[in-house]
Design a protein around this ligand. Structure first.
Ligand code: NAP
Length: 290
């Protein structure tokens, strides 16, 4: 079994980006700039935005955090998005999800200028992804593809089972893996909570990508010998032995499954850091396109 090391891979990507930023600045231009909108005071969201800002600093990007109170109305948030859309100093921005219940997430996504939609959630970018046109691929699927590419994992003609059909992970990764690209060219089955014979289906996968948010759901009997297993799941469970008071648990029972796999990601240092690196790649792309 070989561990797919998302931390090492993402560090490589950051170094590549940092070099590009150095060259941009040396040429007398301003560096790329990412803004993050944080509504409310959800601990996990604050954490994620904090990490994204630190990532920007590390590669030399500018960054802005827009903090809005939990009682922000949809109209107030849409007005802020308008401002960011027309602010020439900002190349791309994200609105950290989830949003408070009074705000309709779809209306927010629809309001973001697709050219600045570095999360790749807007219909135009999702449509371009499906058509194989230039786009911002949302960060997690992009990170998974990059991990497969950098480890030179053979995907052509393989059976890839994607477990979970969310708009931000399962559906786009299923599209990407089925496209005529490398990585890609896999025969893809997209499974979800209504899929029959899930265990047998998963056990038939050469490549199993799991994004369901159910802790340690994938057990050894669901994994074929020699399979590549990508665990996207990340659920916080209380853990008093940790300073933070919690730990992240994946959707795959790593200890049970690892020895059956040719390659596997671990919940820490796997898909998470690749997702963060992808946001930086998308921000650089947004800057270069302008
Ligand atoms: P989501 O919106 O939470 O949706 C879950 C999906 O899993 C749905 O399609 C659901 O099916 C399916 N599902 C749930 N229980 C199932 C079961 N017992 N059997 C089969 N399918 C089942 O998904 P998400 O936003 O992609 O998040 C999934 C996990 O990935 C979460 O743990 C999240 O924290 C993590 N995540 C991690 C990263 C990262 O950077 N590492 C990024 C994004 C998400 P139905 O559609 O039928 O309901």
């Amino acid at each position: 079994m070989q561990l797919l090391d998302g931390t090492a891979c993402s560090q490589q990507i950051r170094q590549e980006i940092a070099l590009e930023v150095e060259a941009i600045v040396a040429a007398g231009k301003r560096p790329p700039h990412l803004a993050a909108v944080l509504v409310g005071d959800d601990g996990a969201s604050q954490n994620y935005v904090g990490m994204k800002v630190r990532d920007c600093e590390e590669v030399g990007f500018g960054s802005t955090t827009v903090r809005m109170k939990a009682s922000t109305t949809e109209a107030e948030l849409l007005a802020k998005i308008d401002e960011l859309n027309s602010n020439d100093a900002i190349d791309g921005f994200i609105v950290q999800l989830p949003l408070p219940s009074q705000i309709n997430e779809n209306n927010v996504i629809l309001a973001i200028d697709p050219k600045k939609d570095v999360d790749g959630f807007c219909p135009e970018n999702v449509g371009n992804l499906s058509l194989g046109l230039p786009t911002f691929v949302s960060a997690t699927p992009n990170g998974i593809m990059e991990l497969l590419r950098r480890y030179e994992i053979e995907t052509e003609g393989k059976h890839c089972v994607v477990l979970g059909r969310s708009n931000i992970v399962g559906t786009p990764i299923a599209v990407l893996m089925s496209r005529n690209t490398n990585p890609g060219n896999a025969t893809v089955t997209l499974a979800h909570s209504r899929t029959k014979n899930l265990k047998a289906l998963c056990a038939s996968a050469d490549i199993l990508i799991v994004a369901i948010g159910r802790t340690e759901f994938v057990t050894a009997d669901m994994v074929k010998d020699g399979a590549v297993v990508i665990d996207v799941g990340q659920t916080r469970v209380p853990d008093n032995t940790r300073k933070s008071g919690f730990r992240n648990v994946g959707d795959v029972d790593f200890e049970q499954v690892k020895d059956k796999c040719s390659y596997i990601t671990f919940v820490t240092g796997g898909v998470g850091p690749m997702t963060r690196a992808s946001l930086l790649q998308n921000t650089l792309k947004a800057y270069q396109r302008r």
